[in-house]
Design a binder for this molecule. Structure first.
Ligand code: SF4
Length: 175
């Protein structure tokens, strides 16, 4: 269960950032690794991001300042940890990223269906999904680990094109 402060919006609890990643979605990306994850997937590659009390608070303004410094970016990736445990803060960041015409990739341990159901309780999750261009969803399942998959660790996870999915009204995989 998520344990972060529910309405915090001006900062994100993060584990770290990567400035020019080529492994966290299409193109060159600024990746925000948030802190705190409730899923406990066996074989997780980022166990240091699980503790909700770990990491540090980073202001959204500071993240945007770093993003604005790099003209090569295709977009920004929210990874973790579990970004959907801090939907209000990530929504604030997402709104600003969209003003800059950058795309947004979110890695989440929840499935899209779980998030849609969670959005009934927390509208920020639904709004954040509307800003998402690509979603990599689902927990990491060690038994289904597959190194050949693009941007994913295990076969159960999906790389979803959210724009085409919204248009079609059913899940459309990204290429
Ligand atoms: S959802 Fe991601 S960060 Fe969380 S335990 Fe699973 S693999 Fe690790």
């Amino acid at each position: 269960m998520c344990q972060t402060e529910k309405w915090k919006q001006s900062s994100i609890r993060i584990a770290g950032i990567v400035r020019e990643s080529i492994v966290d979605g299409p193109g060159i990306r600024f990746t925000v690794f948030c802190q705190g994850c409730p899923h406990g997937c066996k074989g997780c590659h980022n166990p240091e991001t699980h503790d909700f009390k770990g990491g540090y608070d980073c202001s959204i303004e500071k993240l945007l300042h770093e993003i604005d410094k790099d003209p090569l970016l295709s977009g920004v990736t929210f990874s973790g940890g579990e970004p959907m445990c801090q939907p209000e803060a990530f929504l604030t960041l997402a709104r600003e990223i969209k003003k800059r015409e950058l795309n947004i990739v979110i890695f989440t341990g929840y499935t899209l269906e779980e998030l849609q159901s969670m959005a009934d309780e927390n509208p920020s999750i639904g709004e954040l999904l509307l800003f998402t261009d690509y979603l990599i969803d689902g927990r990491f399942v060690r038994e289904e680990r597959d190194l050949t998959l693009q941007f994913r660790g295990s076969g159960n996870q999906r790389y979803i094109d959210m724009n085409l999915t919204r248009e079609a009204g059913h899940i459309v995989s990204a290429q």
